[in-house]
Write a protein that binds this ligand. Sequence first.
Ligand SMILES: Nc1ncnc2c1ncn2[C@@H]1O[C@H](COP(=O)(O)OP(=O)(O)OP(=O)(O)O)[C@@H](O)[C@H]1O
Length: 306
Amino acid sequence: MDIKIESLTKTYGPQKAVDEISFEVKTGEILGFLGPNGAGKTTTMKMITNYIAIDRGDVSIGGNSIKNQGDKLRRHIGYLPEHNPLYHDMPVIDYLEFSAALQGVPNHLVPARVKEMVKLCGLNAEKHKKIGELSKGYRQRVGLAQAMIHDPEILILDEPTTGLDPNQIVEIRKLIKEIGKEKTVILSTHILSEVEATCDRILIINKGRIVADGTAETLRKQAKGQELLTTKIEDGSAEEIEKAIRELPSVASVEIKGDGRFEIQSKPEMSTARDVFSLCVKNKWVITEMTPSVTKLEDVFRDLTA
Ligand SMILES: Nc1ncnc2c1ncn2[C@@H]1O[C@H](COP(=O)(O)OP(=O)(O)OP(=O)(O)O)[C@@H](O)[C@H]1O
């Protein structure tokens, strides 16, 4: 089931929390929703899931507007909110049964669905504990189980790996990736390695507006257009080599890194590798290493949102 968002807007008092954003997510796609604190991620997710009213614009799910058919469409959506509202006095099993009933799972299917979610989210050892007795990571797992209990086609996950330990993070990412093959998933996170590991596409939002939309690779390219090269050059003095590299027409900057290594930044849309190679041949310097550095997603994020 596809999600189409058109000119979605939400204003709180004088502040536009979400400002005319438009994007689509296709079935089988996992979209990573990134942005600094207060960018508008949670507000957007709440509008997509029909938890808060839309001021302007629309969200359509499988071609139907959430404005007109919100209640009906909610059955197709699983939502893990940022602050996972769990009933602390309820045992895990009871809570999942209750959630299944709330989401309209037919009575005779509830035990099987609960059993499947307990298995999928690794809750077996904890299933008889009260939610209040669980660790933070296990509560998050219960939240995920609750979001998926009615087997929705769409999953909206607000920071799904918050509070999980590194082992659990790997497992939950694996789970989301698996689920994402058939479903439509939007997940928000502050962990940039998480979007790279889990998502097919990244959307970056800043001050309520979309500032980037693409794969990690395309965002890297768009962000800088400048290439970074680390080389190790021998048989010359560092100062002499640095000066000669700096004078090359394709080079924007060069830094001595020690141990014969130099970090060379190209001018926009240019490549330095050939120039550096020819320079070394001419001067009888020997290149023993030449590695292009990848622009970090952290740098892309900072460029777009700082
Ligand atoms: N109920 C509300 N009343 C007033 N302002 C709100 C309300 N909810 C959100 N906001 C404001 O809207 C803006 C967007 O908030 P939102 O929670 O969507 O950001 P976010 O990207 O999810 O941030 P974070 O990464 O910190 O969770 C913020 O400036 C926030 O203070």
